[in-house]
Design a binder for this molecule. Structure first.
Ligand SMILES: [Zn+2]
Length: 114
């Protein structure tokens, strides 16, 4: 198994496993109700079966700002810090920075289009 697996971490899932205290183990043995057992979550079963679709958390992957955008933003924030110190960004500052960035990169990423 490679490390691309992303567990859902929902409904008791932890790293693709769910602790149970009844029923049968994956190997077919009866689960000890005192010690319990770990059963594979549906997300792990899907992963093993190769049915892994992009999870919601990754639906923007490759569609957002890239490393060049981040570098530009970093330089702008560094410059700003020299000019105004540690004064926090207001929402308007933030939006205007992103507008400027969007103009440079030829348009906003999909998630920022209204
Ligand atoms: Zn899961």
């Amino acid at each position: 198994m490679n490390n691309n697996f992303v567990p859902c971490e929902q409904n008791g899932c932890s790293g693709g496993w769910i602790k149970v205290f009844s029923g049968q183990t994956e190997g077919g043995r009866l689960v000890d109700e005192n010690t319990g057992a770990a059963k594979p979550c549906q997300c792990l079963l899907d992963y093993r079966a190769g049915n892994v679709s992009l999870r919601p958390a990754y639906s923007r992957f490759g569609k957002g700002y890239n490393d060049r955008d981040m570098l530009w933003l970093y330089h702008r924030l560094t410059l700003r810090k020299k000019l105004v110190g540690n004064q926090p960004l207001t929402k308007a500052d933030y939006e205007s920075l992103l507008d400027e960035l969007d103009a440079r990169r030829g348009g906003p990423p999909e998630w920022r289009q209204s």
